[in-house]
Ligand binder design. Structure first.
Ligand SMILES: [Zn+2]
Length: 129
């Protein structure tokens, strides 16, 4: 048996509120820059590539691949911290859940799931497809 892991509530701010509102509806949002066309994550008001403020929200497919990961074992409820590269291009720091932690592989295809938090919006995590 492993302990249940509790996830602290994220604290939305004006820049990230649409992201968390969408998470409540089970949608993963990223931002795309209307000036240079490149998507990014985490969501920022200013494009990290060209500094334009013409960034817009887009709904991501929720599919991606494991870019790297590390299994945290020295905690009551072990979990996998990972970077997942989304189909749209950006890479996000997340957790891989709902699977055997020893079976996770780099390059593995994963899909977003939303994990409940303690009184806040759910956070996007990924499970093997
Ligand atoms: Zn840009």
């Amino acid at each position: 048996m492993t302990a249940e892991r509790t996830i602290p509530a994220p604290e939305p701010n004006p820049e990230t509120r649409p992201f968390w509102d969408a998470a409540r509806e089970g949608r993963l949002l990223i931002k795309r820059c209307a000036a240079c066309g490149r998507p990014h994550f985490y969501p920022r008001a200013i494009c990290p590539f060209c500094a334009s403020d013409r960034t817009e929200w887009v709904t991501a497919s929720g599919r991606g691949t494991v870019y790297s990961y590390s299994v945290m074992r020295r905690v009551p409820a072990p979990y996998a911290l990972a970077y997942v590269t989304l189909e749209e291009g950006p890479t996000m720091m997340t957790n891989i859940v709902d699977c055997d932690l020893d079976a996770i592989r780099i390059g593995q295809r994963v899909r977003v799931v939303f994990a409940p938090t303690e009184g806040g919006p759910p956070v996007p995590m990924f499970r093997p497809e």
